[in-house]
Design a protein around this ligand. Sequence first.
Ligand SMILES: [Zn+2]
Length: 334
Amino acid sequence: MKKLLLSTALSLAIVYPATAEESRTAGGDKIQVIESSAGSESDAVQRAAEKMAEDSQVAVEGAVETAAEEAVEETTEAAAEEVEKIQAVEPAAADAEHEIQEKREAHGAGQAHWGYGGAESAPYWGTLDEAYHACGAGQAQSPINISKFLQEDLADIVSAYNPSSLSVVNNGHTIQVNFESGSSFSTDNMKYDLLQAHFHTPSEHYLDGAPYPMEVHFVHKAADGALGVIGVMMKVGEHNKVIEGIWQNAPINAGDEKNIESVKISATDLMPESKEYYKYEGSLTTPPCSEGVRWHVMKDPIDVSEGQLKAFQALFPVNARPVQALNDRVVTGD
Ligand SMILES: [Zn+2]
């Protein structure tokens, strides 16, 4: 039960920005439709007013000035009423948008439990919950195997990561580090605020047809609401001091969280020196698999020791979604 609640909480945390964007778009469409129909109503009012003004004119020419004045007055009143009606449509549209957003928030989080084994494993995610539809039907899903890419001079990733007090959560699917606000990276004139980092074993992305032992995902949110994730491969090598700090404080039970004020962590410490990367448009790699995620997969890995890898696998033996079809997407790289 604890596990179930937690997975829901995780989904909520991860999913919200994408669904917010979706609901904004959906609400926006609705507003546009209402506005355009309001627009044609305005046109109708104007035509009626013109027609009545013409009629008034005729009346004036016929020297029935009083009648003309009355007609003009009526026209003006009718037009004013129409304008009031149109104005009433705007708040209704705002309400509709709000309602859509509430529905999406309630529904988009997904209720069904999911995992990496048996009937709850990745191939079935799309069928577990209506909210997970994209997991089965999406055409721009993550992770992918990156073997061919279009060489391009990609915009630099300029990181601005600050030390943050360590906050580690075991959410039943992975170990997640939550960062305090104030850390970000920028690329292509877009700033992405760092939310959290979490780990997968083996790596979810493949480079040149093969996985690495682990992968860490740094989940960011841009000002436009889109998620931007930086993926960093982890190979077995040197003992990693930063990982040690995280693993030592990682709760063993799903649902538990540990906050250690005295231990500071910066995302920079878990990234390779070279910021060369591959870029493509994909999705969340966990339900509800929402698309529109801007992926930046670093070319260079970082190190963890064999013991550190084993320690993570003792908690989560396998927590990686299999690679997904590239379809008509193009991966670009430095
Ligand atoms: Zn991930």
